[in-house]
Ligand binder design. Structure first.
Ligand code: RB5
Length: 154
């Protein structure tokens, strides 16, 4: 059975969007697992992104959403984790491709870049899309091989 849990975390710059997306996820039958931040106090995005990426890497949860101001910092950190395929998405096309071509298990959104309405539709698109396999599997295998060569990767 499909795991309907979606881990979600942000820094202060993404918190408002995180709250909105939690509500949206519930409305379409998913269960957001909020991993902070939950105050407007300025925080460091790695403190919130790392535990989420670690959880996905360990297979404790299948999918996650990370939000910071631009989405860039969260993307940089998440992709350091073995098995994490984090995609910075910013429109419907990149949201769909993130799943169809890259099998992204984390999507990252810039809370200062993307409005709430678009973010909701991007998340829906990513969740409803399917990995296309085929030639894309071979490409992901090459990334897995790279991870294996980088022994120290988390
Ligand atoms: C915080 O000001 C900002 O730097 C952070 O949210 C993010 O955009 C970093 O990549």
């Amino acid at each position: 059975m499909e795991d309907r849990r979606i881990a979600i975390a942000s820094d202060h710059a993404g918190m408002e969007l995180k709250e909105d997306l939690k509500e949206f996820l519930r409305s379409i039958g998913y269960e957001p697992v909020d991993m902070g931040t939950n105050t407007s106090e300025r925080v460091d995005y790695p403190d919130y992104g790392i535990p989420v990426a670690e959880k996905v890497s360990k297979g404790e949860i299948q999918r996650a959403i990370l939000i910071c101001g631009t989405g860039i910092g969260m993307s940089i950190l998440a992709n350091k984790f073995r098995g994490v395929r984090a995609a910075l998405i910013y429109d419907i096309y990149t949201a769909r491709m993130a799943k169809e071509h890259n099998d992204a298990n984390i999507v990252v959104i810039g809370g200062r870049v993307v409005g709430k309405g678009l973010a909701r539709e991007m998340v829906r698109t990513w969740l409803e899309a399917s990995f296309q396999g085929g030639r894309h599997t071979k490409r992901l295998d090459k990334i897995r091989e790279l991870e294996n060569r980088m022994g120290e990767k988390v």
